[in-house]
Design a protein around this ligand. Structure first.
Ligand SMILES: Nc1ncnc2c1ncn2[C@@H]1O[C@H](COP(=O)(O)OP(=O)(O)OP(=O)(O)O)[C@@H](O)[C@H]1O
Ligand SMILES: [Mg+2]
Length: 364
């Protein structure tokens, strides 16, 4: 079991910051996901934790011990890559046993551990098969088993499901999660897929441009994004963001439409704008309800049927399109004028200049 602490850890390649000074504590038994678009520094962060990449600044502590300059093999951390390499001339069993044999474990111990881990991953039936004859999902199971069999203090996983097709991803996602619940091994997991991050993480570290944007539980990054980047990146589609001008409790939107902000928000917004200034209103698709007597006018731009629900694309004027989630029965023709209301507990506000969320003094 392990805690991992990053203290001002950074990486520069020449003049380019791959990871800006980063602070993060991964608690014992926690499953932390590094999430962000391609090139934001996820893999580099993971490689620094493992010791495969040297830091250019800061400290890494494992269980409180400074391992910043220790070799990867001395850190007791297992690394699972996206493009796992299995030995093609060995059976699954031999592949899994390999790291233990390399450590010089006794035959009896090796046999027992391989058995235990393959039972855990429900792969006993493929143990005597060579990788070439296994499906992608089973190959990934072998790779996982090979990492698990060592009983390392912590796991680092870099997009381990990236190469699998959608069905397998979902199955393996659930299996990795169950495995984590069973074993409680401290895990840092990298993905650029926000759905995967939301499904798997105890906490999510949202990264962009070599920098941490927010660290929070899935609910926190979804409901209370720290800034516009997180608001857009989390959710599918992302948070609706509507620019407006705030004057004493009322947000003036495009084409004369207005939105009276919830009373609880008014003091914070007065303070942020000094009573009169630009703001961005944010809300999730499920916060909007279309109704006859509703406040905000819009026009139906498109409708997506999803089976379980319908996603309306509504045009608010000034080319602002928002998404509103309605029941699966709802049917609206294109260009129909509608009105919608917002759940006051689910509206958020952002400062367009800094892009930061405005923190309410009193939560609505
Ligand atoms: N060895 C290297 N030399 C120079 N630049 C590098 C090196 N490794 C990574 N970089 C740069 O550092 C930045 C972060 O790369 P990194 O691989 O950590 O991103 P990532 O978030 O894992 O992206 P992806 O989702 O595409 O895997 C990128 O701009 C990348 O080009
Ligand atoms: Mg990467």
């Amino acid at each position: 079991m392990a805690t991992i602490e990053l203290i001002n850890v950074e990486k520069k390649f020449g003049d380019v910051h791959a990871v800006k000074p980063m602070n993060l504590t991964v608690r014992d038994g926690e499953f932390v996901v590094l999430l962000g678009p391609s090139g934001c520094g996820k893999t580099t962060t993971l490689r620094m934790i493992s010791g495969l990449e040297a830091v250019t600044g800061g400290q890494i502590l494992l269980n409180g011990r400074d391992v910043t300059w220790e070799r990867p093999s001395d850190r007791d951390i297992a690394f699972v890559f996206q493009f796992f390499a299995l030995y093609s001339h060995m059976t699954a069993r031999e592949n899994i046993a390999f790291p233990l044999q390399a450590q010089g474990e006794r035959r009896e111990v090796v046999r027992q551990r391989v058995e235990d881990v393959s039972r855990l991953l429900r792969m006993e039936h493929v143990l005597d098969v060579r990788p070439g004859a296994l499906s992608g999902g089973d190959q990934q199971r072998v790779a996982l088993a090979r990492a698990l069999v060592r009983h390392p203090a912590a796991f680092l996983m870099d997009e381990p499901l990236g190469a699998l097709d959608a069905d397998f991803r979902e199955t393996m996602r659930a299996e990795i999660k169950r495995l984590h619940i069973d074993q409680h091994a401290t895990t840092v997991y990298v993905t650029h897929d926000q759905i995967e991050a939301m499904a798997m993480g105890d906490r999510i570290v949202v990264m962009s441009d070599a920098d941490v944007q927010q660290v929070g539980t899935p609910a926190e990054v979804y409901h209370d994004p720290a800034n516009l980047f997180v608001a857009r990146f989390i959710g599918s589609p992302g948070m609706n963001l509507v620019p407006g001008r705030y004057v004493r409790g009322v947000l003036h939107l495009a084409e004369g439409a207005t939105y009276k902000v919830p009373d609880a928000w008014a003091p914070s917004l007065d303070a942020a704008t000094r009573g009169d200034g630009d703001l961005i209103l944010g809300f999730r698709p499920e916060a909007a309800t279309v109704g006859v007597d509703s406040a905000i006018p819009a026009t139906v731009y498109a409708t997506d049927l999803h089976g379980g629900y319908t996603m309306l694309h509504l045009e608010l004027g000034n080319n602002t399109i928002i998404h509103a989630r309605t029941t699966r029965e709802a049917k609206y023709a294109i260009n129909t004028p509608v009105r919608f209301d917002l759940d006051p507990a689910m509206v958020r506000f952002f400062d367009p200049a800094t892009e930061a969320a405005i923190i309410p003094e009193v939560r609505a």
